[in-house]
Design a protein around this ligand. Structure first.
Ligand SMILES: *[C@@H]1O[C@H](CO)[C@@H](O)[C@H](O)[C@H]1NC(C)=O
Ligand SMILES: *[C@@H]1O[C@H](CO)[C@@H](O)[C@H](O)[C@H]1NC(C)=O
Ligand SMILES: *[C@@H]1O[C@H](CO)[C@@H](O)[C@H](O)[C@H]1NC(C)=O
Ligand SMILES: *[C@@H]1O[C@H](CO)[C@@H](O)[C@H](O)[C@H]1NC(C)=O
Ligand SMILES: *[C@@H]1O[C@H](CO)[C@@H](O)[C@H](O)[C@H]1NC(C)=O
Ligand SMILES: *[C@@H]1O[C@H](CO)[C@@H](O)[C@H](O)[C@H]1NC(C)=O
Ligand SMILES: *[C@@H]1O[C@H](CO)[C@@H](O)[C@H](O)[C@H]1NC(C)=O
Ligand SMILES: *[C@@H]1O[C@H](CO)[C@@H](O)[C@H](O)[C@H]1NC(C)=O
Ligand SMILES: *[C@@H]1O[C@H](CO)[C@@H](O)[C@H](O)[C@H]1NC(C)=O
Ligand SMILES: *[C@@H]1O[C@H](CO)[C@@H](O)[C@H](O)[C@H]1NC(C)=O
Ligand SMILES: *[C@@H]1O[C@H](CO)[C@@H](O)[C@H](O)[C@H]1NC(C)=O
Length: 337
């Protein structure tokens, strides 16, 4: 009898204990939950907070816990981590008509992999605290009205695979620290007002595939080191003002390049020999001040793989002529006047 009671007490104590453990465990780290919401969303006029949600896409953020109550756009890791908390893994808030600015408190989402605010109406600058999120893989802020310069701290994100801040109003230079983005594949900074010299040391980003810097206010020279990019397939620098500089001869050494787009860049000098770039399919050089002659070997020496085509646009330069066969094969489209 006594024994039975003790066992029973013991069992209920254990299960109570387990229940408590579970109850304690199943919450999100408060700095990623209640505290975070306070800073991020403009719940009442008194808060100093930042994000404005006119269509009330985030109305269920009023209830419960971010992870266990499945707040809209908040995706969490399945399990409790060693610190005893649940953590936010993704913030997917794209295309929600959000306005206002990004809060520095975003930097407290210390386990985040994806931060996605693309296609909203955000203003203000990119908080440097985002550079604290060491786990970040995708940072997607394109299609907003963000201004100010790019924080150097973003260069510390060594796991970042994709950085999209295109189609904003960002000014200032590309930070030198970006040469530390050692996992980056896609760097989309086009359609902003980014100025200054492109840092030549970006060429040590061995994982980079797309480098889009077109439609900015860049000046200076085209870094000759860029031909060292082992994986680069698209380089777009159109509509910048590299006043009077030349296309580096080394650009004939690109190994994986498919598209080289340098339209309206105020380039001068000769078109170097680009015939040894095995996969080149788009060579767009129109609206510059290029001089001299272009050799037909650009397409003649190319070994086209099946279905490959080359679009070569040289219109509106000061080129004298094309040396060699003026009738390119049907795989080659030549624009020249
Ligand atoms: C939401 O944004 C879209 C375009 O991004 C716009 O067409 C629509 O009018 C906006 N809705 C409201 C209620 O602001
Ligand atoms: C790259 O990161 C290292 C530390 O990881 C730092 O010492 C260095 O200053 C960074 N380089 C740039 C250009 O910011
Ligand atoms: C690239 O170069 C910078 C200095 O120029 C260095 O700090 C960084 O570690 C290098 N990154 C890689 C991925 O080699
Ligand atoms: C980027 O800017 C250029 C030049 O202003 C413009 O023609 C182009 O449409 C822009 N791209 C997008 C996607 O808006
Ligand atoms: C580009 O830079 C020049 C000065 O360097 C400045 O006058 C101009 O307003 C800038 N344009 C844009 C679109 O930022
Ligand atoms: C050519 O580039 C300049 C910047 O260097 C820009 O202001 C201008 O709008 C561009 N022209 C076209 C047709 O895009
Ligand atoms: C380009 O540079 C030349 C001199 O090198 C200068 O005369 C001209 O004003 C510059 N053009 C622009 C648009 O900066
Ligand atoms: C192009 O690559 C070849 C072979 O690696 C090298 O000898 C040559 O110096 C390079 N040319 C330029 C201009 O970098
Ligand atoms: C030719 O290119 C120059 C320099 O980019 C530009 O100012 C001019 O408008 C272009 N002309 C045409 C017809 O596109
Ligand atoms: C093109 O190939 C021919 C024959 O293979 C070679 O003689 C010539 O030097 C090459 N031209 C260039 C510009 O590489
Ligand atoms: C054109 O493409 C076909 C495949 O579509 C290929 O067989 C042929 O070799 C190409 N022509 C040249 C001149 O490379």
């Amino acid at each position: 009898m006594m024994m039975g009671l003790r066992v029973c007490e013991l069992l209920s104590a254990v299960s109570f204990c387990c229940f408590m453990l579970l109850a304690v465990a199943q919450i999100t780290d408060p700095s990623e939950g209640v505290e975070f919401k306070f800073h991020l969303v403009n719940w009442d006029m008194r808060s100093r907070s930042n994000l404005v949600d006119p269509i009330k896409h985030l109305k269920n953020w009023n209830k419960g816990d971010p992870c266990t109550s499945r707040w809209r756009g908040v995706l969490c890791f399945d399990s409790v981590m060693t610190d005893g908390y649940l953590h936010v893994q993704e913030l997917q808030l794209l295309n929600m008509n959000l306005s206002g600015s990004l809060a520095p408190e975003l930097g407290k989402l210390s386990q985040l992999n994806i931060l996605d605010f693309m296609w909203n109406d955000l203003t203000g600058s990119i908080p440097k605290e985002i550079g604290n999120i060491a786990s970040l893989k995708l940072l997607l802020l394109n299609g907003n009205k963000l201004s100010g310069s790019i924080p150097n701290e973003l260069g510390y994100l060594s796991k970042l695979n994709r950085l999209q801040i295109d189609l904003n109003q960002i000014s200032g230079p590309v930070p030198d620290s970006f040469s530390n983005l050692s996992s980056i594949k896609h760097l989309h900074l086009n359609n902003n007002s980014i100025s200054g010299q492109i840092p030549p040391q970006l060429s040590n980003l061995s994982t980079l595939i797309h480098l889009l810097l077109d439609n900015n206010n860049l000046t200076g020279y085209l870094p000759s080191e860029f031909s060292n990019f082992p994986s680069l397939s698209i380089l777009q620098l159109d509509n910048n003002n590299f006043n009077g500089t030349k296309i580096p001869v080394s650009y004939g050494n690109f190994s994986e390049l498919v598209k080289l787009s340098l339209r309206n860049c105020s380039l001068q000098g000769n078109v170097p020999d680009l015939s040894r770039i095995p996969k080149l399919s788009y060579l767009l050089l129109e609206n510059n001040y290029l001089t001299g002659s272009v050799h037909a070997s650009i397409w003649k020496n190319m070994s086209f793989i099946a279905k490959a085509r080359l679009l070569l646009d040289l219109e509106n330069n000061s080129l004298s002529n094309i040396v060699g066969d003026l009738n390119p094969p049907e795989n080659v489209t030549l624009r020249f006047d």
